[in-house]
Design a protein around this ligand. Structure first.
Ligand code: NAD
Length: 441
């Protein structure tokens, strides 16, 4: 099946099939020029910021053209590229995908954020323009969980201080305040993908695991959910935070919560920088109320590796500071490449939007012997009525259909008899509310 967008406003229309491949006409030249064939290998993918090769392999296996660039592009450079006919854009965290950039993408089908966050993309604009955005929220779960476990042991043995001393020529062979982790209690705040994985690994090392989450969660193994944050803090030797950034979690861990922790306990934050008050944490470590801390994320982080970095925690004993590397492993990068690359390919080939961050999620198994119409329209009253009218006027047989909406748009996937599908597609695309309409052969 070949996936192509029919976009009247943006001047490209597939009108017929030729040798199994659709033929496209540029609307501006439709009357005078012969049809231009548009084979699958003319679908253009632009991958910026050194997206992992695993994504490239997926696109190439489809026969798509792939252009890669090692760096992020500025807005004007990106506009120049997108207006040149890119169908799929892949970025990581640095490229800002603005409304202007999205609007310039005459043929842009979808955007892949080969990372976790998507705040570098104007998601609302992408939604309005009918461009789903996919990311990879869980590909680095294991990498973060493993680092947490490593840091629990490192804190328990004051490992970073010892190694620093030996590097500096000092020999301090001590056991004071150094412990095994077996039998100690780990408190996990936010028991989602990462938190629950940490719980499994910690239990395997003989730790007692408590969790606190605002939603009901299924405890893994012998992990035990507690009723309140206070209950978790008062019992835990290590507290590790794995919550998302929300209005509720911003500053959720400050002086009060630190005071509720056991004397000598350690705090780990590998979630989001806004969650912990680092000044309050620095005071608690300096005064010896806490035994140490491991911090990977900060309220404000440098833009690049060449920028300076300052934190109230620098130079404090038994404090591990890392530059937001929780998910930074080659395995995670590869998994992200595969996860996002597959989602973008699936959307191109079948119209599936499952996992898109700014779009109604739709997935429909393809019916045999049909053409599939994909229609994105403004979510205004009467669209479905008009579509049903178009279908019934043509006596078309709908073999399968699904519609999902969000406040702004509706996304319709419809499998139709081959002989009427192109006619139905054309009529639907001409509706005033239609944003994009595509047919899959
Ligand atoms: N350090 C890194 O490199 C790195 C890498 C990946 C993810 N992260 C961050 O880790 C965090 C967790 O990621 P995840 O994939 O496990 O997310 P997730 O969505 O799977 O889990 C988050 C959990 O936190 C819970 N939660 C939300 N608000 C809460 C609150 N106020 N109190 C208690 N629980 C609350 C949610 O119900 C959910 O179960 C995110 O902030 C993510 O950005 C960091």
């Amino acid at each position: 099946m070949l996936a192509l967008w029919v976009d009247f406003e943006r001047c490209v229309q597939p009108l017929a099939e030729l040798g199994g491949l659709p033929v496209w006409f540029a609307a501006s030249t439709m009357k005078s020029s012969p049809p231009t064939s548009f084979p699958k290998n003319e679908i253009k993918v632009l991958l910026l910021e050194n997206v992992h090769e695993s994504a490239n392999e997926i696109f190439r296996a489809q026969g798509f053209q792939v252009e890669t660039a090692p760096k992020a592009l500025g807005e004007e450079e990106l506009i120049a590229k997108l207006s040149n006919g890119v169908h799929i854009l892949g970025i990581r965290s640095k490229t800002q995908v603005t409304r202007r950039a999205l609007e310039s993408g005459r043929r842009l089908l979808s955007v892949g954020a080969f990372c976790i966050g998507t705040n570098q993309i104007d998601l609302a604009a992408a939604n309005e323009l009918g461009i789903p955005v996919f990311n990879a929220p869980f590909s680095n779960t294991r990498s973060v969980a493993e680092l947490v476990i490593a840091e629990v042991i490192m804190l328990s043995r004051q490992l970073t201080d010892r190694t620093r001393e030996v590097h500096a020529g000092k020999w301090r062979k001590i056991a004071t305040s150094c412990f095994e982790v077996r039998g100690k209690t780990l408190g996990i705040v936010g028991y989602g993908h990462i938190g629950s994985q940490v719980g499994v690994l910690a239990e395997a090392m003989g730790m007692r695991v408590l969790s606190y989450d605002i939603r009901a969660t299924l405890p893994m193994g012998n992990n035990k959910a507690v009723e309140s944050l206070e209950a978790l803090l008062s019992q835990s030797d290590f507290v590790t935070l794995h919550v998302p950034e929300t209005p509720q979690t911003k500053g959720m861990f400050g002086r009060r919560e630190i005071a509720q922790m056991k004397a000598g306990a350690c705090l780990l934050n590998l979630s989001r920088g806004s969650v912990v008050d680092l000044d309050a944490l620095a005071v608690a470590v300096r005064e010896g109320r806490l035994g140490g801390a491991a911090i990977d994320v900060y309220p404000s982080e440098p833009e690049s590796n060449s920028d300076d970095f300052q934190s109230a925690l620098q130079g404090l004993p038994n404090v591990i500071l890392t530059p937001h590397i929780g998910g930074s492993t080659l395995e995670a990068q590869e998994a992200i490449g595969r996860e996002v690359g597959s989602a973008l390919t699936k959307f191109t080939n079948t119209g599936s939007t499952v996992g898109a961050v700014n779009f109604p999620g739709v997935e429909l198994a393809q019916s045999e012997g049909t053409h599939r119409i994909l229609n994105i329209h403004k979510n205004v009253p009467g669209v479905l009525r008009d579509i049903h009218r178009i279908v019934s006027e043509r006596n078309a047989n709908v073999l399968a259909q699904t519609l999902a909406t969000d406040p702004t748009i509706g996304y319709l996937v419809m499998d139709l008899d081959k002989d009427v599908a192109n006619d139905v597609r054309k009529a639907i695309a001409e509706l005033g509310a239609s944003i994009k309409t595509r047919i899959l052969y």
